[in-house]
Design a protein around this ligand. Structure first.
Ligand code: UDP
Length: 235
């Protein structure tokens, strides 16, 4: 069920198998393991400890991670995009009457995201939400709000490492079952950022689409060859 890459355990099953696997956990932190994030975790002890924690599941989110699994000769069955896992969980929550809480993004993006999610999942209960611009060391009001509303799933869209820090600080004392850092996904649901067209996703070119749309991301791509290089020479 897992492929070892650079000391990480990467989930190697299908998206469907992942959803079944999550059920066995009391609490789970789903990590979208793209090369950039996994590379950050090699250099940063704190992130590494979050990614290798027993409640964490790293999914192979990105062609670079899929390629790395081939390099270590234990290929994952498929690329699993974090945003698609989020959609599956939202759909499950809608069907099973489970509450979700959204934390992150700019206020106007968050509002638009909620409107669009309710249109897409009419019976979904979004029990609470807060934008992602607050002091991580002084956010008791937000933590209390989440605790009181007791959601099944908490989606945190504040980018890495901010979302990981929030989860690491709070996973033990918040009652949620599913914690998931979802990066720019609220922007996608809000419609302020588009996902690549399906043919590009299928060809593994989502990263190229994002760079064309948001050229400042080009710097971030440097992590991919560095990550693959480390994978090749990891002992
Ligand atoms: N963001 C946030 N608080 C911050 C910084 C960023 O809520 O202090 C939000 C930002 O508005 C965006 C999201 O984090 O909605 C994800 O940003 P990014 O695109 O960098 O994430 P990625 O998808 O690359 O992980």
């Amino acid at each position: 069920m897992f492929t070892r890459i650079l000391g990480y355990k990467i989930f190697s099953g299908t998206k469907k198998e992942l959803l079944g696997y999550i059920n066995d956990f009391d609490k789970v932190n789903i990590i979208s393991g793209n090369p950039e994030i996994l590379y950050s975790g090699i250099k940063d002890e704190f992130l590494n400890s979050v990614f290798t924690e027993k409640n964490s599941i790293i999914i192979p989110d990105g062609v670079g991670t899929v390629l790395a699994s081939k390099l270590v000769k234990n290929p994952v069955k498929e690329k699993i995009a974090g945003i698609e896992v989020m959609e599956e969980i939202l759909s499950k929550c809608e069907k099973e009457n489970k509450r979700v809480y959204l934390l992150g993004a700019k206020e106007e993006v968050l509002k638009e995201c909620i409107i669009n999610l309710i249109t897409k999942y009419p019976k979904l209960v979004i029990i609470g939400a807060h934008n992602g611009y607050f002091d991580l060391n002084n956010c008791e009001d937000i933590i209390n709000d989440i605790r009181e509303k007791n959601p099944y799933a908490l989606f945190i869209a504040m980018g890495c490492p901010r979302q990981e820090i929030f989860i690491a600080n709070n996973i033990k004392h918040l009652p949620c079952k599913v914690f998931m850092g979802v990066g720019g996904s609220f922007d996608v649901f809000a419609g302020t950022v588009n996902r690549a067209p399906r043919w590009m996703i299928n060809l593994g070119l989502e990263w190229l689409y994002r760079v064309i749309k948001e050229p400042w991301r080009i710097n971030r791509l440097g992590a991919i060859p560095k990550f693959l290089w480390k994978v090749l020479f990891y002992k």
